[in-house]
Design a protein around this ligand. Structure first.
Ligand code: ME8
Length: 550
C-alpha cells in the first residue's frame, strides 16, 4: 500500500473549441497530466480537471460563418479534443463543458451570490462597435483603429450591461500578492500583476446584450454572462458548487478538493486567474486557489502559434510519426517552465534520437539482448542456488556501489523538482541514471565476462544490476511516459506487478528476472530523412517555412 498524503487538485485552462487544438495547448495539458500521475503515484488523492470554454461572441461568429449553430460547431470540435486526450491518455478525472447544465445553472447561482453581496450594478458598456460583424471591441483589440475581424471602420457605441465591483478588491488583491508570494509564480508574473493592480482597477463588465451565445443573466432577460466569469467558474462548478439541486452530498467534491492546489495557465491568461477569479471568490467568501502557475508559449520561428494565424503544429501528426511518449517527453524535457520556447522539427528529432533512442532505448535493448544471449533471459539476485555472490575487483565494487547509490537516490530528486514544477530537471535526473547505466555496460563489458572462465556469477550480477536500474527507471518515468514504462516492465517480466514509488528507492528488490527481448522502444531516426518528411507533414515546425508564416 502507498502512503496517503492528502488531496491534490490540479486544473488546466478550459480550451476554446474555436478550432482543433495545436501543440501549444497539449503542452499545458501534458504538464498537468504528468503532475497528476506523479501525485497519484506518490500517494495523493488527485482530482485533475480539464474541459472546454464554449460560449462567447468569437465562437458564435465562427459558427455563423460555417452556417451552423454554435452548439453543433462546439460539439464537433469538442469531440476532436476528447479524442486527442484519449489518444494521449490524459488522465483527467473530469471534463467540464461550459454548455452543460451542471455548469450553466451554477454560474447563474454564482452571479446571484455576487449580486446578493452588493458587488453587481447596472451600467452602460462602451466600446467600439462594428456594425457588419455586430461586435464590440476594446481599444486594444482594434487593429489600426479598425475591426480586427473584417478590417472595416468601427464606431463608439453603448449598451446596457451589468458590472462587477472589481475596484473594491484592489487592496485585498495587493495584500494577497504581497503576503503570499507562492500564490502566483513565476516571480516576474507576480510583479506584473502588482503593477497592474497599482495602476488602478476598473470595474468589470460582466454581461453583454449584443449577442446571445452565453449563459443568460438570471436577473434580466436579453443579457448573457461575460465569457470569463462563465469560464473561470468551471473550477468550482465541476466540484458541485454552488449547490443547486438540494441533494445530499452535491458539493462533496467541493468540500474535499477546494481550494485548488494549482491552476496551470498560459501567461496571457494569468491576469484573469489572479485578479478577476480571486475577486469573484472573495465576493462569494470562498477560499482562494493555493497557486496559479503561468507557463510560457511554444513559438514557431519566433512567433506564437495561433489558430487564427494558421501557423500551428498539429500534435496528431507528430504522435502518428513518433508516438505519444516521444511527444510528451519532448514537451516536458525541452522547455523550461515559465519561459517561452522555440518549436522546430529539428529540435524535436534531435531530442528523440539522443535521449530516447540512444540513451533509454539502447539501455533496454542492450540489457535484454545480453540477458537473452548469455543467460537465456534468466537473472537472479546473487546468492541464490544458481548464482553465487562474486567478489569483483575493488574498482568494480566501487562502481557497483556508485550505480546503486545513484539509482536509489533519483526518486527523491525527482520529487523535489516536481514540487518546483521543474519537469525538465526531474527528467534530467532520471536520464543521469540512464546514461550512468549505459556507461556501466561499457565499463563492465558483459560480453568479455561471458568469455572468461569463472565469471558466470559476476556476469549474472552485472546484468542483474542493470535489470534493477531499469526497474527503477520504469517507476521513475511512469508519470511522464507510461507506455514506455509498461513496455520496459513487460520486457523485464514484471508486467503484472504494481508500480510503487517507494520501490524506486530500493536496490536488489527482485529475487529474479525472466527477461523477454521485445520491440525496440524508440528506433533511431535518420534526421535528414525525417526533416524532409516533416517539412511536408508538419510545415509549421520547419524553421524557414514557420518563420515565413508568422
Ligand atoms: O484562453 N504555447 O482558451 P485558449 C503554449 N478559454 N500555450 C499555448 C499556446 C502556445 N503556442 N497557445 C495557446 C483560453 N496556449 C480560455 C481559457 S480558463 C478559465 C479559460 C495556451 O484555447 C494558452 O496560453 O485560447 C492558454 O493557457 C490555453 O492554451 C488555452 O487557450
Amino acid at each position: 500500500m502507498q502512503k496517503e498524503r492528502g488531496k491534490y487538485y490540479i486544473t488546466t485552462p478550459i480550451y476554446y473549441p474555436s478550432a482543433n487544438l495545436h501543440i501549444g495547448h497539449t503542452y499545458c495539458t501534458v504538464m498537468a497530466d504528468a503532475m497528476a500521475r506523479f501525485k497519484r503515484l506518490v500517494g495523493y488523492d488527485v482530482m485533475f480537471l480539464t474541459g472546454t470554454d464554449e460560449h462567447g461572441q468569437k465562437i458564435q461568429k465562427i459558427a455563423d460563418e460555417e452556417g451552423i449553430s454554435p452548439k453543433v460547431h462546439v460539439d464537433r470540435i469538442v469531440e476532436t479534443i476528447i479524442r486527442l486526450w484519449d489518444t494521449m491518455e490524459i488522465s483527467y478525472d473530469d471534463f467540464i463543458r461550459t454548455t452543460e447544465d451542471r455548469h450553466a445553472l451554477r454560474v447563474q447561482e454564482i452571479f446571484r451570490k455576487i449580486n446578493a453581496n452588493g458587488d453587481i450594478y447596472k451600467g452602460a458598456y462602451e466600446g467600439w462597435y462594428c456594425t457588419p460583424c455586430e461586435s464590440f471591441w476594446t481599444d486594444t483589440q482594434l487593429v489600426d483603429g479598425k475591426c480586427p475581424d473584417c478590417g472595416r471602420p468601427v464606431e463608439k457605441a453603448q449598451e446596457d450591461a451589468y458590472f462587477f465591483r472589481l475596484s473594491n478588491y484592489a487592496d485585498r488583491l495587493l495584500e494577497l500578492f504581497e503576503t503570499n508570494p507562492g500564490f502566483l509564480e513565476p516571480e516576474t508574473r507576480r510583479n506584473e500583476m502588482i503593477q497592474f493592480v497599482k495602476q488602478g482597477l476598473e470595474d468589470l463588465c460582466i454581461s453583454r446584450s449584443s449577442f446571445d451565445w452565453g449563459i443568460p443573466v438570471p436577473i434580466e432577460e436579453g443579457q448573457v454572462i461575460y465569457v470569463w466569469l462563465d469560464a473561470l467558474s468551471n473550477y468550482i462548478t465541476a466540484l458541485g458548487y454552488p449547490t443547486i439541486d438540494d441533494v445530499e452530498g452535491e458539493d462533496e467534491k467541493y468540500r474535499k478538493y477546494w481550494p485548488a492546489d494549482v491552476h496551470l495557465v498560459g501567461k496571457e491568461i494569468v491576469r484573469f486567474h489572479t485578479i478577476i477569479w480571486p475577486a469573484m471568490l472573495m465576493s462569494m467568501k470562498e477560499p482562494l486557489p493555493k497557486k496559479v502557475l503561468g507557463h510560457g508559449w511554444l513559438l514557431l520561428g519566433g512567433g506564437k502559434m495561433s489558430k487564427s494565424v494558421g501557423n500551428v503544429v498539429d500534435p496528431v501528426t507528430l504522435i502518428d510519426q513518433y508516438g505519444v511518449d516521444a511527444l510528451k517527453y519532448f514537451l516536458l524535457r525541452e522547455y523550461t517552465f515559465g519561459q517561452d520556447g522555440l518549436f522546430t522539427n529539428e529540435v524535436l528529432l534531435k531530442r528523440i534520437n539522443a535521449d530516447l533512442a540512444n540513451d533509454l532505448g539502447n539501455l533496454l535493448s542492450r540489457t535484454t539482448g545480453m540477458a537473452q544471449k548469455f543467460q537465456d533471459g534468466l537473472l537472479q539476485k546473487p546468492g541464490t542456488a544458481t548464482f553465487g555472490v562474486p567478489v569483483p575487483a575493488h574498482d568494480d565494487m566501487r562502481i557497483d556501489e556508485e550505480l546503486k547509490d545513484l539509482a536509489t537516490s533519483v526518486a527523491e530528486r525527482v520529487e523535489q523538482n516536481m514540487d518546483a514544477f521543474a519537469f525538465n530537471y526531474a527528467l534530467e535526473e532520471i536520464w543521469t541514471l540512464i546514461r550512468r547505466s549505459n556507461k556501466y555496460i561499457d565499463e563492465m563489458a558483459p560480453w568479455a565476462l561471458a568469455k572468461e572462465d569463472g565469471q558466470k556469477d559476476r556476469l549474472n550480477q552485472v546484468l542483474y544490476h542493470l535489470a534493477e536500474t531499469l526497474r527503477i527507471v520504469s517507476i521513475l518515468i511512469y508519470p511522464f511516459m507510461h507506455y514506455s514504462s509498461s513496455e520496459i516492465r513487460k520486457q523485464l517480466g514484471l508486467e503484472n506487478t504494481e508500480i510503487l514509488w517507494e520501490n524506486a528507492e530500493t536496490f536488489a528488490l527482485e529475487s529474479s528476472y525472466r527477461l523477454v527481448k521485445g520491440e525496440s522502444l524508440f528506433p533511431r531516426l535518420d534526421i535528414k530523412e525525417e526533416l524532409e518528411r516533416l517539412a511536408q507533414l508538419n510545415p509549421g515546425g520547419d524553421l524557414k517555412k514557420g518563420r515565413q508564416r508568422t
